[in-house]
Design a protein around this ligand. Sequence first.
Ligand code: X5A
Ligand code: ZN
Length: 675
Amino acid sequence: MALGTGLIYDEQMMDYNLLWDYPECNIEKPERLSASYEKLKYYGLVERCIPLSFREAIEEEIVLVHSLDYIEAVKSTASMNVEELKTFSYMYNDVYFHPNSYHVAKVALGVTLQLVDAVMLGKVKNGMALVRPPGHHSQKSEACGFCIFNNVAVAAQYAKKTYGTKRILIVDWDVHHGQGIQYVFEEDPSVLYFSWHRYEYQQFWPNLKDSDYYAVGKGKGLGFNVNLPWNKIGMENADYLAAFFYILLPMAYEFNPELILVSAGFDAAIGDPEGEMCATPECFAHLTQLLMPLANGKLCVVLEGGYNLRSLSESVCMTVRALLGDPVPPLVGEMVPCISAMESIQNVRAVQQPYWNFLKNQDNMFIKDPNAKKLNPGIGEDDFQSSTVTTAKEKEVTTVSNVNKDFDEFMNSHMKKVLVLAPRVRTALGGCGEKLSKLDQCLQVEEKKITVEEVGILIRFGGSDCAYLKDEYLLSLGKIFPLIDKIMNREVRNGIAVSSILSSAAFAARYGTTVGASRVLLLLLGEDAISADIKEDEKILVVQMSGKQDEKKQSKYYIPICWKEDNEWDGDLLFLLFEVILPLAYGFKPELVILAVGSNIRIQEVSLAHLTHLLQVLAEGRILVISQASDLVETLVSSLLGDPVSATSSFILQQESAQVLMKLRQELKQHWKLL
Ligand code: X5A
Ligand code: ZN
């Protein structure tokens, strides 16, 4: 997959600004774009992207969302003087016009459509459009919240019309509710709109009831509008990730989009005067990477808000790095969502339950919130559960002001901490590359000779374990250990080996801890027995999925999951990944991930591809895959290289699996947090 990341930026979009004193609007200024672009240049990211040319949108495109009357009205501003512009602007809510506004709004929309074209036509794999004015608040006949034309809403209509795209996911991570997008697609099941936003029980702009979680769409579009209101400020990385894991990602996998548009406002990032949230820039790399395996990688990121120039520009860079496939920095800090966030998430799950399979078979109760009942009489008293989000933490009110003082200093030291260097080589092969189609993109690593003594010090053997010391065993470890060396030395990012013996993965994990990985996540898909010694090692978190229910005992660091005896495992493994494994892993913070895939597992190849893709958000992408079956290698290598996974059908969580999942989460709460 030679395609790259498209980037659109054009100086014309800096050619308008506020011409009078209007405090509500003075944060939306040209420097937002120049600062972002300068930072991209500074990090050498511009030259790694494919520049896309700009164009103006034409009327035929604008009318996909807006009325002719409104377009005419906007057009008329081009010849207005300041007094007239003022009067015109004040007809709307928090927006200003400038004589160039009409032209620039057409450019912002035009370049958004250029990006959609480039992605849909396969000229680039994904991309970002740095635009202003933003779009998501503007409506059919109304400018609003710095927005004139609704770039992303038009883009979605345009994709439907031009390419016949049947399912489009819009992820609106701007800190404001994109009510403009919601209104366009409320009744449209072909566009799934997800927005989280600062809400504070309707106290925050634009103060709409329509922004609350029970606005779930209308008519045919029921369940295709998803609002996640944040009722407190100071939301952190863990809160955003929890929203992805418990709502957006399972939903997106069930929806199976053909295209993803991101309304990317970075006012949801730390230091922003509007959002007052605390997510750090690298969080957006995680969000981006988590979306990348979907829609065959077709991801268009379009700038919306973001008013702290430092935070905005660093976040833009993090997003572009993720689009380019760079390893994402691990998230620092305790990964525990706060109670308020979990309540909102829980309420979204409850209200969306009728429309989504993955929620149907789980118990999702509304959490009492002071306004829910009053505002939504349809919810019965029985549907409520008093707040029992047990492992979440109380939000301290609030870290924002501490952060604001010396913000630049904080950012300087923070960005230094999270700077991650990509190893030159992405994927290394341990003797399994003979006839791979992507052989030339990988590094073949020589095996080395391993002795019984070397293995002996890694794991204490019980009597029957002596079988481990057979030649065959030493041979496969001879392929695996050099890969781990290279991964931990940052010579390569990830690696893959074929091993006929699955439990060699346990040795690999232990070996990893001896060569620099403080914590290793071992995800074992298959029946092989794991030595007791490993199960108790707090440096190695073992999650083992198997079809057999035997006397496997769970402990904090050993989590056996009996997954559907005798049945196909299908794609519901992914739901387990979102709702259990990733939340667990983000808390554990592994420095190396080992995925061991047994040959007798009943998981579709495409699910494995997604799994391999998604696990790379952990440990800076340091993952070693050990496959028992050699026929899976082609698929696994392609995932390790970051190639998009071809979208097949949507993934459905089966009822049986939902039970396992719920039970598991219950059990895990004893030991672990982010759950
Ligand atoms: C795109 C965007 C915010 C408007 C806030 C007005 N708009 N108070 O972030
Ligand atoms: Zn915003």
